[in-house]
Design a binder for this molecule. Sequence first.
Ligand code: SF4
Length: 167
Amino acid sequence: MSLKKSIAISACLLGHKVRYDGAHQENIVIQQRLEPGFHIIPVCPEVEIGLGVPRDKIELHQRGEQIHLLSCSLPLIDLTEQMIAYAQIFLHKHKIFGMILKDKSPSCGVANCKQWNTTGEIQYHGTGIFAATIMQLKPELPMLQSNQVTQSRDLDDFIAKVKKYAD
Ligand code: SF4
């Protein structure tokens, strides 16, 4: 068994072809910096809740006070509870010390997701349902959104937070 601390990373950032369109979003900088020192757990929450590859896009919509994860095509399917349940299962199954998640995703995005408000206007500050649930359950867990990695120092800062969290 690996003695390395575990970090979960959106599977598409690791080169897995799991995006809705069958592509990946490989980020070599993240991989090369983290793989030597950590046990990496790839996670694609949309695949894990049973959405295939390729699949229809899904979106964040505000309904009253709550944000819902909805299918784009009809019949409208509300995936919110399924995604929340999967995030709970994920944390129960894996002892992780940090997460790096793909930005803009209605599942993984931390803070810059497209989201429709109650009057149908688009906003760009939404949080994906998987990420939001993890943050709610583990507010201290170091979390980095992929677009925040612009230089190696960003990863150094993240790694320092992970080490501090593990202590
Ligand atoms: S952003 Fe998240 S849900 Fe979307 S493909 Fe990547 S890992 Fe899967």
